[in-house]
Write a protein that binds this ligand. Structure first.
Ligand SMILES: [Fe+2]
Ligand SMILES: [Fe+2]
Length: 190
């Protein structure tokens, strides 16, 4: 179902496994930003009719945020400063200005972020099964929800303009592939 053209780099998994507390803090920020993004999408005229669905996503992401914060607390890991993600920044930098194009690009970026999260939680859940069953279960429990967000955002963009969405999706999948190949040594999800 995920349309990505580039595999997650081979060094990503060992890198995050080597510093799971830092990855959990990064994960907390990712859920916080996901809630914010859902609310930010409500500013586009083309998405006014979808305001309730977007609110539901924002609430769901805030619940995820709370769950990660609970996990941090139970493990004695302090909530700390986020690392900026060069991959997310690289995608967002290409969002065009102007109502309709901007809404479509923004939705596609959000969709790809959700899709990559879905993919990575799945990989982490499998890898952590014996090393950290609690975290494995937690990450595995998010796969379906983030996968749904990926699909919902893509459908919302196609609902605005299908041909334009497919054209921009092609651009963004290429951009994602290019950015994925750039090294990032930090212990973070994206
Ligand atoms: Fe989430
Ligand atoms: Fe999500």
């Amino acid at each position: 179902m995920l349309l990505f053209r580039e595999k997650i780099p081979a060094d990503w998994l060992p890198k995050v496994m080597a510093d799971l507390p830092a990855v959990l803090v990064d994960h907390a920020h990712l859920e916080r930003k996901a809630a914010t993004s859902a609310l930010n999408l409500e500013k586009y005229r083309d998405l006014y009719p979808r305001v309730e669905e977007l609110n539901a996503i924002a609430i769901e992401e805030l619940q995820h945020f709370k769950l990660v914060l609970d996990l941090l607390k139970s493990r004695g890991i302090p909530f700390a400063q986020p690392y900026p993600s060069p991959w997310i920044a690289g995608l967002m930098k290409s969002v065009r200005n102007g109502q309709r194009g901007q809404a479509i690009d923004h939705l596609i970026c959000c969709s790809l972020i959700e899709g990559r999260s879905c993919e990575k939680f799945q990989i982490l859940a499998a890898e952590l099964k014996t090393a950290d069953p609690e975290l494995a279960k937690f990450d595995g429990g998010l796969v379906e929800s983030e996968g749904n967000h990926y699909a919902t955002y893509l459908l919302m963009a196609r609902g605005i303009d299908e041909a334009e969405t497919n054209r921009r999706l092609d651009f963004y999948l290429e951009l994602d592939a290019k950015l994925m190949r750039e090294p990032n040594p930090l212990p973070m999800l994206h």
